[in-house]
Write a protein that binds this ligand. Structure first.
Ligand code: AIR
Length: 347
């Protein structure tokens, strides 16, 4: 499709990297965000700042674009659905609705025969008590959570504080005896073709991704299972675009799906330098109805997230061949905020 203008909802680093990939393909981008300082405006052709509920701003956005995608899943579903009536939103809004709701997400994957951690839907302290067998566990808000936001570790019933009023719905997940975490990034195109990247091994600290690397040190069985499940999910959702499936591997070598991200993903940042076509370019190609092109692996790689103040030091460093530093150019440095990343290509 020539002369396409792609609308992107959300203006963080994922938006910036999508805009850069679009530019390479001569696709114009318009970013719509409620963050006045969102860094993606530095890379988009136009930036619309406004509340997602502001009908005039939404109208302005819609009238300027041919297709809409998003870089952040916590967008009110009604907004995505109303935009979808006028312009195609990809991935389809119902996918976002399923995936941003942990209960619906887990039910969907369990029904496909894909294992997750043991879990229960929680509405009250009483429900936690009834599910004591899931402790030690993690209580997570059923919707609107990422990077550890809205998560509480419960080692025993005593950790359920008396003054907690359970104003939201929650999911209680049994803690996994973790050996490793991996993710699979997959892009699915409008003609149902798929490109699937090799599994990526991830290390989290305080629930925030710290390192990713390829190749993942995993068995062939886990490698294949992880890719097969991701393919099954993408097909069942009739997914168009790039998505990521995150998994735990426990001490008994069980592969357990942790969560699905219906968007490009932090662990896939290394695809920018380690493959001939990145997760971002594949996403743009897919949602803009372009063809799937052959993808070549260039190198093994390691990606390190740069959090908070660490960015200051990186800004003054010089880099060697095979090291690629990305500064997200966020206005404010905050503790644990993702400020940039570096990818190091490895022989
Ligand atoms: N993001 C989206 N889901 C998870 C993450 N990390 C990216 C998106 C979003 C940005 O993080 O690009 O816009 C928000 O970052 P911050 O630092 O403003 O919270």
């Amino acid at each position: 499709m020539l002369d396409t203008t792609l609308g992107i909802i959300g203006s963080g680093q994922l938006g910036s990297l999508l805009c850069q990939a679009a530019k390479k393909l001569n696709i114009k981008t318009i970013v719509f965000s409620d963050d006045e300082h969102g860094p993606a405006q530095n890379y988009s052709d136009k930036f619309i700042f406004g509340k997602y509920e502001d009908k005039d701003k939404v109208k302005e956005f819609i009238s300027n674009v041919d297709i809409v995608t998003y870089e952040f899943e916590n967008i009110p579903i009604e907004i995505l659905k109303s935009i979808n009536k006028e312009r195609k939103v990809l991935p389809k809004p119902y996918i976002n609705q399923t995936v941003q709701n942990r209960k619906l997400e887990k039910t969907f994957v369990n029904d496909l025969g894909i294992k997750t951690t043991e879990w229960a839907f929680i509405k009250s302290a009483e429900d936690v008590k009834k599910n004591e067998k899931l402790l030690p566990g993690i209580l997570k808000t059923n919707t609107l959570g990422y990077d550890g936001h809205g998560q509480f570790i419960l080692n025993s019933l005593e950790d359920v504080k008396k003054d907690w009023c359970f104003t939201a719905d929650y999911i209680l997940e049994k803690k996994v005896n973790l050996r490793k975490e991996i993710s699979v990034v997959i892009s699915r195109f409008t003609n149902n073709e798929i490109y699937i990247y090799e599994p990526i091994e991830n290390i989290h600290k305080d629930q925030i991704l710290k390192h990713s690397k390829i190749p993942a040190e995993i068995t062939t069985d886990i490698y294949e299972k992880a890719q097969d499940s991701a393919k099954l999910i993408a097909d069942k959702l009739d997914y168009v675009g790039t998505m990521c499936v995150e998994y735990f591997i426990d001490q008994e070598e069980n592969l357990l799906l942790n969560e699905i991200a219906p968007r490009v993903h932090n662990s896939g940042h290394l695809t920018i330098n380690a493959f001939s076509i990145s997760q971002f370019e594949n996403h743009i190609r897919a949602v803009c109805n372009l063809s799937k092109e052959p993808v070549k692996k260039i190198s093994n790689a390691k990606m390190i997230n740069i959090l908070g103040n660490e960015i200051q030091d990186y800004r003054n460093r010089s880099f060697k061949d095979g090291e690629f530093f990305f500064d997200y150019q966020k206005k404010k440095i905050k503790e644990k905020r993702k400020m940039g990343h570096i990818t190091i290509l490895k022989k």
